[in-house]
Design a protein around this ligand. Sequence first.
Ligand SMILES: NC(=O)c1ccc[n+]([C@@H]2O[C@H](COP(=O)([O-])OP(=O)(O)OC[C@H]3O[C@@H](n4cnc5c(N)ncnc54)[C@H](O)[C@@H]3O)[C@@H](O)[C@H]2O)c1
Length: 278
Amino acid sequence: MNELNIKEKTAVITGGAGLICSEMARSLASQGVKTVIIDLNQEAAVKVAAEIQKEYGTQSIGLSASVLDRESLLASKKIINEKFGAIDILVNGAGGNSPAATTNVEKMDGTEDPEDTFFGLKLEGFDKVFDLNFKGTLIPTMVYSTDMVKNKAGVIINISSMNSYRPLTKIAAYSAAKSAVNNFTQWLAVHFSKTGIRVNAIAPGFLLTNQNRFLLMDEKTGEPTARTRKILGSTPMERFGTPEELTGTLLYLASDLSKFVTGVIIPVDGGFSAFSGV
Ligand SMILES: NC(=O)c1ccc[n+]([C@@H]2O[C@H](COP(=O)([O-])OP(=O)(O)OC[C@H]3O[C@@H](n4cnc5c(N)ncnc54)[C@H](O)[C@@H]3O)[C@@H](O)[C@H]2O)c1
């Protein structure tokens, strides 16, 4: 049986102040990993790091940097190297969607206001979503993986989505950007295969969090909304996942338990991606 072999390693988690990635940072800290919370929101990053340090007794720092700004990432790397030494694990978690790259109607029939359809999508919205999800994975990887090359060891974990396998209605840019993340995960896994660095991704299914609870559950009745019923009907386990339920796969990919695994995108989705709907 392999050991995890991640105690005392240093992990950088981008978007680490967010819902999913703060939980991921906690799970790494619970295994003795030193954690660096990188987020645009400095206050939230510092808060998460302080909570982690208090809860798990492992070192944690919160730093402000943008995954789209190479200089700010390089500045953070300098601090990380001074405080914690070389970076061993990178979780590329910062990501998300924008209303400007989302259609109002699911399927158009030609009678709608064009603004509500494909024709209303904004190029600036596409740029924003592609940049955050794709370049926001690419640039931090360029900056933070240099230590791994020197050490001939490291792990990169990208955060994808269900929409990367088959697009979800309305969110054209977000789906395409996460598909690009999958493609890049495979490309870089091959490119890095002789360096000792493994590159994989996690594709979370539908999660119920405090942030989206009001969208998914009717505020007054507490009953699922129409979109929620659709999601649950397409999820064989017939329930939402939770951020904690992603952490087992994260620890597997971050540790020696997956020593021979590179270039995979693991769905953690209650069966959503396996289900044809019939
Ligand atoms: N929530 C879901 O159901 C779900 C499902 C599948 C995939 N995902 C993916 O999981 C990841 C985390 O999602 P979440 O729901 O926890 O989101 P979240 O909004 O809670 O967290 C995202 C974090 O990223 C930070 N951030 C945004 N832009 C940044 C930038 N330029 N530089 C640095 N940090 C930046 C935000 O401040 C925020 O703290 C994203 O990649 C998302 O696409 C989420």
